[in-house]
Design a protein around this ligand. Structure first.
Ligand SMILES: NC(=O)c1ccc[n+]([C@@H]2O[C@H](COP(=O)([O-])OP(=O)(O)OC[C@H]3O[C@@H](n4cnc5c(N)ncnc54)[C@H](OP(=O)(O)O)[C@@H]3O)[C@@H](O)[C@H]2O)c1
Length: 307
């Protein structure tokens, strides 16, 4: 069995990676948040310990998954954002290079400025906030200095379940669980969901085929997909269109809570995956339905409400 070391595996994406890879690979999963018995502690800002831990395991692949993903935290703490999301990547590359093994890095759609409807794998990034910049710099480090690498870029992450999801779906589901009958959603915020399970499966396919380089990897979606479309679909999956109103609001509405600058759109196009016939990402509506049925079954009113 080949061995994979996964750093920052305690989050939404790490959960799916563990489930998808554990059957065929020997894994060592670490995080600074030890929230499962298959995770051991490592803060990858402790570079010496990171190196020793990886070397002791002697893996065939290093997955550097973790990052600070909260845009407001990154804006408020730029030093830590760059240390965690950028400088730690330099170290990860040095560790992987030392072992002559490939490294996997997770990129984000949030490195674009949203002036285009859709961005393919070759479009020029132009981040508008600290998080986006710290992640784009991480990509550049990998591309310029890794001996062998795979970069896969995700969009709006869907996954992890209520325990690990710190992002949009769980925030909305918490409002619904608390009895909210009106959901305020920013109008005109464009993006495409990425189901963590599909993402992990697509990464596995690339690895099994020996593919390397940079790939956009979001669910199948449209140039018009946005927060409103995702929220309306969520309410439809729950069978609650009659009782829950989705109310479009401007960015101004959330300016206290979400004050970090955001691009008006961050939609990726999986052009390389498509051209190479390696795109196994499903339409986001199907993924969202599967995810909600598995994780929030108690909130579904009408299970006959099929897509
Ligand atoms: N979430 C999205 O919408 C999204 C979209 C595109 C790309 N991505 C990228 O996908 C990757 C995985 O993110 P995710 O969505 O799974 O986010 P997540 O749920 O926040 O998971 C990230 C994990 O990394 C951990 N971590 C952060 N800094 C660490 C450190 N110094 N040492 C060890 N562990 C550390 C976090 O621990 P704490 O919780 O204790 O900080 C968390 O458990 C990241 O590289 C992210 O940039 C995410």
């Amino acid at each position: 069995m080949k061995k994979i070391y996964i750093a920052g595996c305690g989050g939404m994406l790490g959960d799916a990676f563990y489930k998808v890879f554990k059957e065929n690979y020997q894994l060592k999963c670490t995080d600074k948040d030890v929230n499962e018995d298959w995770i051991s502690f490592l803060d990858f800002r402790d570079f010496e310990r990171y190196e020793k831990d990886v070397k002791d395991f002697n893996p065939d692949f290093l997955f550097h998954l973790g990052a600070h993903t909260d845009l407001e935290y990154c804006s408020d703490n730029p030093e830590d954002a760059y240390l965690n999301n950028t400088i730690a990547v330099e170290k990860a590359v040095r560790i992987a290079n030392g072992l002559r093994i490939p490294i996997l890095y997770i990129g984000t759609a949030g490195i674009f400025d949203g002036q285009k409807e859709r961005y393919d794998d070759w479009d020029q990034p132009n981040p508008v906030n600290v998080y986006g910049r710290s992640k784009y710099l991480g990509e550049k480090i990998i591309q310029s200095s890794a001996y062998d690498y795979l970069i896969c870029r995700a969009g709006w992450m869907v996954g992890g379940g209520p325990k690990k999801d710190k992002k949009y779906i769980n925030k909305i589901m918490n409002q619904i669980k608390n009895g909210s009958k009106e959901l305020h959603v920013i109008d005109g915020c464009g993006g495409i969901p990425t189901y963590t399970y599909d993402f992990a499966r697509n990464v596995k396919l690339l690895i099994e085929r020996g593919e390397r380089g940079l790939y956009n990897m979001v669910c199948k979606g449209e140039n018009t997909d946005n927060r409103l479309a995702v929220t309306n679909e969520l309410v439809k999956i729950l069978g609650r269109e009659d009782e829950i109103k989705v109310v479009p609001v401007s960015e101004e509405f959330f300016k206290e809570e979400y004050y970090a600058k955001r691009p008006p759109a961050e939609r990726l196009l999986n052009r390389k995956l498509e051209l190479k016939k390696l795109n196994i990402m499903r339409p986001w509506q199907i993924c969202l339905k599967e995810y909600i049925e598995e994780n929030y079954k108690e909130c579904i009113k009408n299970t006959n409400n099929r897509i």
